[in-house]
Design a binder for this molecule. Sequence first.
Ligand SMILES: N[C@@H](CCC(=O)N[C@@H](CS)C(=O)NCC(=O)O)C(=O)O
Length: 206
Amino acid sequence: MLRIWGRSNSVNVKKALWAAEELGLRYERIDAGLQFGVNDTPEYRRINPTGLVPTIDDDGFTLWESHTIVRYLAAKHGAGTLCPSDLRKRADAERWMDWAHTFSREFQRPVFWPLVRTPPEERNSGAIAEAVKKCGELLRIPEQTLRQTPYLAGAQFTMADIPLGCHIQLWMRLPIERPALPGVEAWFARLCQRPAYGRIVDIALS
Ligand SMILES: N[C@@H](CCC(=O)N[C@@H](CS)C(=O)NCC(=O)O)C(=O)O
C-alpha cells in the first residue's frame, strides 16, 4: 500500500497526491507539516532527513522530493501515459517539471505566503506587486508553448503538467493583477476539467 505523508494544502504534497490520483492508485495520506507536526519527529527524519513534506512509502521503499515522487509513480504506473515512453518526449516533460522550480522560487515565498499566510498588517504590498510582475513575466515562457499545444509536453496530459499545474492553481485563484496569458489560462481551464485536479489541487487557498 502506498502511503503519502503531507498536509493536503501543501503545493508540493498536492503534486504527489495528484499524480497518484491520475494513476488511479489507492493510497493512505497521513497529515504532516505545519500545524500537524510529525515531520519534526525522529521517526519521520529517518525516512526524510529534510523534515519537509511530501514523503512516500511504497511497500517499504521510501522517497522524498515531490518531483522525484511524481517521476517515480509515473514511471512505475503510467509508462506511455503520464510518463512518455519516447526518450525525447520524456526529457521534454521533465524539463517542464524542473522549470516549475524557477517559477516556484519567485512565487511561493514572495507572493503566495504573504497573501495567504501572513496577516495583512505585516504584508509589504510593494514587494508583493513587484514579485507578481516578475511571475507574470516568467509565465510568458510556458505561454509560448501553451499557445501551440494543449499541454506542456504536447497533445496529451503528462507528468510535465503536474508541478506547474499545482502552482498555477494558486496563481489563478489569488486576488492579484495577472497579465493576459491566453495559453496559460486555456491550459488551466483544461486542468480544471480533470476530476483529480478538482479533488486535490483546486481547493480553497490556505
Ligand atoms: N523540494 C521539496 C520541497 C518540499 C517543501 O518545501 N515542503 C514544504 C511544504 S510545500 C514543507 O515541508 N514545509 C514545512 C511544513 O509544512 O511544515 C519537494 O519538492 O518535495
